[in-house]
Write a protein that binds this ligand. Structure first.
Ligand code: GUN
Length: 292
């Protein structure tokens, strides 16, 4: 079994990005600039945005955060998006999700200029991705592709089973891996809450991608010998063995499944570290006008 070390791969990519950013600055261009819009006080969102700022600093990008109270109106938030759309100093930006209930998330996302949508959530980017056209790819699936590619895992002709059909992970990764591309050319089965006999389907996978949000759902019996297992889940569980009083586990029962898999991502240290790095890769592409 080979552990896919997301932390090390993310570090390697950050070094590559930092080198490119330094090259742009040396050439007299501004540093790539990623902005984030943060609404309300959600602790997880604050943590994500702080991590994005730190990642920007590490690679020499400019970052800015636009903080707004939870009672901002949808109209006001649309104006913030409009302002960033037109700010020539901002290469790309994200609106941190989830948003308060009174704001329609789709309406906000659709208002972001596709050329600045470094989260890859805008329907234009998702549509272009589906057609195999240049597009900003959503961060977590893009990170998974990097893990697969940089671990030297062949995908062509393989049966890939994706568990979970979220807009952010399951649905886009299923499309990306079925496209005529590298990595890609997989035969993909997308399983969801209405799938019958998910365990039997999962056990046929050469590549199993688990993004269900169900703690330690995938057991060894659901995995074919020598399968590649990518675990997108993150759950905090109480632990007496750590100082913090909790530890992280994924959607996969790691101790059992790792004995059967050829490659597996750990939690933490697998897919997680790749997500922010993908956002940096998209921001670099936005600054270099590589997509639009
Ligand atoms: N909330 C959780 N993950 C994400 C993400 O990747 N992008 C945004 N905008 N919000 C999130």
């Amino acid at each position: 079994m080979t552990l896919i070390d997301g932390k090390a791969i993310a570090e390697q990519i950050r070094k590559e990005i930092a080198k490119e950013a330094a090259g742009m600055i040396d050439a007299g261009k501004p540093a790539p600039h990623l902005a984030a819009v943060l609404v309300g006080e959600d602790p997880a969102s604050q943590t994500y945005v702080a991590a994005k700022e730190k990642a920007c600093r590490e690679v020499g990008f400019t970052s800015s955060v636009y903080r707004h109270p939870a009672d901002i109106s949808e109209k006001q938030l649309l104006e913030v998006v409009g302002f960033l759309n037109h700010d020539p100093e901002v290469d790309g930006f994200i609106v941190q999700l989830p948003l308060p209930k009174h704001i329609n998330e789709n309406r906000i996302i659709e208002h972001i200029l596709p050329s600045k949508d470094v989260d890859g959530f805008h329907p234009v980017n998702l549509g272009r991705m589906m057609l195999g056209l240049p597009a900003f790819l959503p961060a977590t699936p893009y990170g998974i592709l990097q893990l697969i590619e940089r671990s030297g895992i062949e995908t062509e002709g393989k049966h890939c089973v994706v568990l979970g059909r979220s807009h952010i992970v399951g649905t886009p990764i299923s499309i990306m891996l079925s496209r005529k591309s590298k990595p890609g050319n997989c035969t993909v089965t997308l399983c969801h809450s209405y799938t019958r006999d998910m365990a039997q389907i999962a056990s046929q996978a050469d590549i199993l991608i688990v993004a269900m949000g169900k703690q330690e759902f995938v057991t060894a019996e659901m995995v074919k010998k020598d399968a590649v297992v990518i675990d997108v889940g993150v759950h905090r569980i109480p632990s007496t063995e750590t100082k913090s009083g909790f530890r992280l586990v994924g959607d996969v029962k790691f101790d059992d499944v790792s004995k059967k898999a050829s490659y597996i991502t750990p939690v933490p240290g697998g897919v997680g570290p790749m997500t922010i790095v993908s956002l940096l890769m998209n921001t670099l592409k936005a600054a270099g006008k590589e997509i639009y």
